[in-house]
Design a protein around this ligand. Structure first.
Ligand code: SF4
Length: 187
């Protein structure tokens, strides 16, 4: 259902079409060259859903993690779980990307970057992140209003609309839906 994307396009599409939860993980990975397990699962399965093939996924994660833990440790400790996400190890389940409902229900600890920023960020961090995404001040207030009422997916939908300048009638219920709706508009 989703088109393929290659490693060289990731930065571009991350900026234009990733929902905030995935942009945050992506930026942290680029910054720290590391993500904890919850973040690797949430971002890894999303990227799989976006159309990143296994070989590209391994290259992408390895390029980051080797800068932190070295290539050898990456191959030993981290490559397995990426192949596992693609159903190439263990029970060979073809794992599906997390829905918003699942991500919102997660309970990230200190040092974790997974979860839904509308639910899990402090108000200040969320405001700053929205303004970095290019959401104007008026729209930020509308988003914060939804957040205060715990309507996290509606907050994400308003963000989508502010960034793309169009309404998203269906509402956002899955990060991969956010991505594909965005790509449809931008293409
Ligand atoms: Fe991600 Fe869904 Fe939260 Fe949007 S509402 S940031 S897509 S989990």
């Amino acid at each position: 259902e989703f088109a393929e994307i290659s490693v060289k396009d990731i930065d571009l599409v991350a900026k234009s079409s990733f929902p905030l939860c995935m942009r945050h993980l992506f930026e942290k990975l680029r910054e720290d060259h590391h993500l904890k397990h919850g973040g690797r699962m949430q971002l890894g399965l999303f990227l799989k859903g976006v159309g990143l093939k296994l070989d590209d996924a391994l290259a992408f994660w390895k390029a980051e993690f080797s800068q932190k833990v070295g290539a050898e440790r990456f191959d030993k400790e981290y490559a397995y779980s990426i192949r596992h996400n693609y159903g190439r190890e263990g029970k060979r389940t073809d794992y599906t990307p997390y829905s918003c409902q699942k991500i919102i229900s997660l309970t990230p600890s200190v040092g974790d970057h997974h979860g839904c920023p509308y639910r899990h960020f402090s108000e200040d961090n969320l405001r700053a992140a929205l303004s970095r995404m290019g959401v104007n001040n008026g729209a930020v207030e509308d988003v914060m209003d939804k957040v205060r009422n715990r309507h996290y997916q509606l907050a994400c939908t308003l963000t989508f609309e502010a960034i793309h300048g169009l309404s998203c009638d269906a509402g956002i219920n899955h990060p991969n839906q956010y991505f594909s709706d965005s790509q449809k508009i931008l293409k």
